[in-house]
Design a binder for this molecule. Structure first.
Ligand SMILES: Nc1nc2c(c(=O)[nH]1)N[C@H]1C(S)=C(S)[C@@H](COP(=O)(O)OP(=O)(O)OC[C@H]3O[C@@H](n4cnc5c(N)ncnc54)[C@H](O)[C@@H]3O)O[C@H]1N2
Ligand code: MOO
Length: 394
């Protein structure tokens, strides 16, 4: 029997199978969720001028406590062209440029304005520069804003826009083909024959990949016939093929022989992991191939630990692995064996409670779970209250 590969080693072997895909200049509106392929710097200074952060009056701090003569108005997009001399003020609105000569904003709640006369009607600005956003407060032209390998989050997208970018250097989208195998599988909603079950795994995977930069290619449900699998593999045109089912050692587990028959190289098969042991990874032509087990919970676990991180790696992520954190256990857990256990669990009052039955076919347990408790291979029993690593999944 092939040796079981530790999870972390399997992840590194997987990343070593292929380099990130080519980069492209992507319009901002399509760049959300991609990874930057180069460092992104500011093309402009923000704000480009001293701006008011409040509605009120631009004054000279030295003139306090007033009164002032109001000589004009500065609004966002229509700044005041003139100079503010001693004793003068300019009506100003949030986001508008501070006129030359003014250095402070008196908020309108603390002002009495009548015609062109302005008087203090409150405590007034506490210091020089109150309610002013100085030029370059956020960033200056040339500042490094996003590093290569960082994800374009919604906030970074907005940052890139205000920094003057219309396009961003990112990795192109990945073409990911999904295929399920099994004679018992029919599309959800189909009336079921006695030996049939609704197919879940392509749906599950598509939903789990929805936030990633992928174009999915649905290769459907294939029967447990090697010729059908070989035909699908020969016609492949993608960056990544993910199959589910038929990965184990039974007479109808044909993914591995079919891959071998079409010339794929299998880098590893079987990971020291429960659920998800009979997972294979390799290459077929230019494509990376991941053969996941058929049990839906095993698909969830292997997609979390391998498919999503691999996609992130190929899409240029510097840090493709999912984050974990530590919480106390709600109950004791038994020692582990040769495989790492990823236990479906719920967090209640900050403590992780593992489901009593951890069968890899049980979707109801998975659907209730909010985290997976990570129990490394070969660790002793853990007691109630001991800290355990978890991976959030909901
Ligand atoms: N003698 C051994 N038997 C098994 C071993 C082993 O080491 N020796 N490993 C077990 C483990 S662990 C797993 S996990 C499974 C994985 O087997 P396969 O990848 O070959 O999966 P299948 O047999 O095709 O299916 C397993 C199970 O999942 C259902 N299934 C499959 N695909 C779907 C789908 N797309 N949607 C819904 N349900 C699906 C299928 O009907 C089976 O019930 O092997 C163990 N056996
Ligand atoms: O490793 Mo299998 O995924 O337990 O059921």
């Amino acid at each position: 029997m092939a040796a079981l590969l530790p999870v972390a080693e399997a992840q590194q072997r997987l990343f070593a199978l292929a380099l990130p895909v080519a980069e492209e200049l992507c319009p901002l509106a399509d760049a959300s969720g991609r990874w930057a392929s180069r460092d992104i710097v500011a093309l402009r200074t923000q704000p480009a001028a001293d701006l008011s952060s409040m509605d009120g009056y631009a004054i000279r701090f030295a003139d306090l406590p007033g009164p002032w003569e109001v000589i004009g108005e500065s609004a966002a997009g229509r700044s005041f062209a003139g100079q503010v001399a001693p004793g003068q003020a300019v009506r100003i609105f949030t986001g508008a440029a501070l006129p030359t000569g003014a250095d402070t904003v008196l908020v309108q709640e603390e002002a009495a304005h009548d015609g062109d006369r302005l008087a203090l009607a409150g405590e007034g600005p506490p210091r020089l520069g109150s309610s002013v956003r100085p030029r370059g407060l956020d960033f200056a032209e040339g500042d490094a804003l996003i590093q290569a390998g960082e994800r374009i989050t919604p906030a970074r997208l907005a940052l890139a826009a205000i920094a003057g970018h219309a396009t961003l250097p990112v990795r192109r989208k990945l073409r990911v083909a999904l295929l399920s195998t099994g004679d018992e599988l029919v599309p959800p909603g189909t009336p079921l024959g006695p030996d049939q079950i609704p197919e879940t795994n392509r749906l599950l995977l598509a939903a789990m990949l929805a936030d990633l930069p992928v174009e999915l290619i649905d290769l459907g449900i294939l029967p447990d016939r090697q010729d059908a699998l070989e035909a699908a593999f020969r016609a492949l045109d993608c960056d990544l093929l993910v199959t589910t089912g038929g990965a184990s050692v039974g007479d109808h587990d044909l993914v591995r022989p079919a891959l071998a028959a079409v010339g794929a190289t299998i880098d590893f098969w079987k990971v020291a992991l429960r659920p998800g042991k009979p997972m294979m990874a390799g290459r077929l032509g230019d494509a990376v191939v991941l053969g996941l087990p058929g049990n839906p919970v095993s698909v969830f676990a292997t997609a979390t630990l391998f498919v999503r991180p691999l996609i992130a790696h190929l899409a240029g992520a510097a840090d493709p692995l999912p984050g974990t954190r530590t919480v106390p256990l709600g109950e004791s857990l038994p020692a582990t064996g040769a495989r790492a256990d990823y236990l479906r669990a719920e967090l209640i009052d900050g403590r992780a409670h593992a489901a009593t039955i951890q069968d890899s076919s049980m979707l109801r347990t998975l659907a209730r779970a909010t985290c997976l408790i990570v129990r490394p291979a070969g660790v002793p029993e853990a007691k109630t209250g001991d800290s355990a690593e978890i991976l959030d999944i909901a």
